[in-house]
Design a protein around this ligand. Structure first.
Ligand code: PEP
Ligand code: MG
Length: 330
């Protein structure tokens, strides 16, 4: 497993006029959380909890999940955000335990929140565990593969029911826990202005959002030119999502691989992205890129760049533009 050689340099706080974007980690286990903390991450931007469910003969019980979530929160300070995404199986992460029927096209089938809403017993157990752990730090809940307002309403109604249950039994939890939406289905991106009125925050899952927007598999090397974060259609969509959230004073992070792509970083800064969440392996390089921002590029220069790429027609033009405007990155 990856271990950082040296702590990531803390990024200069004067960046972006006093506030800087957060740099967080994507993890799938407690040990990765410990590594993230020792590498200097600001928190956990994405805990892929499905890995707690995989490779075993029975579903993890509430107590086991609670202990894992609590240990992750405790590995960071009480203020650091720890974003727990509910189980996101299906698609590229089948779970035999669920005994679901095979599908012709699993990426367009039962995935993520759709499964959690079918198996509310599992969702409720997971929410109870995460809510109990929220008494120990800044846990936030994140729902994957939300495609409609209805799914979001159902998810949050279940959160409210679980909270009521915990209150009745006198169990401690954070009554003001934030709940967020993963924007990774184009329908959610299109509805972002409405969803932003409802959710506390967005996290853009670009791995899936690009795949569904470009109709190009995230795992197919021959389609890499289509599954490209610099595709103008992708940049326009992300820009709209960020604006929709900011219009409602909501924060947006990106937890897909795009957040760690060198050529995308200055554009995302120019769009005003609030947090970058990347693998532990990518923390130090993204940290370096984010600190360049404060040393060399002012906010207006970044903003102008993000606007100018909106008028380009090809990903290759965007790449050339970034190389020309930000030579120090390459
Ligand atoms: C994404 O889709 O970009 C994402 C972060 O989720 P996952 O890679 O787990 O599908
Ligand atoms: Mg995803």
């Amino acid at each position: 497993e990856f271990a950082c050689e040296q702590a990531v340099c803390p990024m200069p706080m004067q960046a972006m006029g006093g506030d800087r974007p957060l740099l967080m980690s994507n993890i799938s286990s407690l040990s990765e959380a410990i590594t993230a903390q020792s590498c200097g991450a600001d928190g956990i931007g994405l805990f892929r909890t499905e890995f707690l469910f995989m490779g075993r003969d029975s579903f993890p019980e509430e107590e086991e999940q609670f202990e894992t979530y609590r240990a992750i929160v405790s590995s960071f300070g009480p203020g650091s955000p720890i974003i727990i995404r509910t189980m996101d199986v299906g698609g590229d992460k089948p779970l035999a335990l669920l005994m679901l029927e095979d599908e012709d096209n699993p990426f367009l089938g039962n995935r993520g929140m759709r499964i959690s809403l079918m198996r509310q017993d599992l969702l409720r157990t997971q929410l109870r565990a995460a809510l109990r752990a929220s008494a120990y730090g800044n846990i936030k809940l994140l729902f994957p593969m939300i495609a409609t307002m209805g799914e979001w309403k159902q998810a949050t109604a279940i959160v409210e029911e679980v909270k009521t249950e915990l209150s009745r039994s006198g169990t401690a939890f954070n009554h003001h826990i934030e709940t967020g939406i993963m924007i990774e289905v184009p329908s959610a991106a299109i509805m972002a202005d409405r969803l932003a009125q409802e959710a506390d925050f967005f996290s853009i899952g670009t791995n899936d959002l690009i795949q569904y927007t470009m109709a190009a598999s995230r795992n197919s090397p021959s389609l890499r030119e289509l599954h490209d974060p610099l595709q103008p259609a992708v940049l326009r969509l992300i820009h709209r999502v960020i604006r929709a959230a900011h219009d409602r004073n909501k924060k947006v992070s990106i937890c897909g691989e795009m957040a760690g792509e060198t050529a995308a970083v200055p554009l995302l800064l120019g769009m005003g992205l609030d947090a970058f969440s990347v693998s532990n392996e990518a923390l130090s390089s993204v940290s370096r890129q984010l600190s360049l921002q404060s040393e060399r590029w002012d906010k207006e220069y970044l903003r102008q760049s993000a606007l100018e790429v909106m008028d380009l027609d090809h990903a290759s033009d965007v790449r050339r533009y970034v190389e020309h405007r930000f030579p120090e990155l390459f």
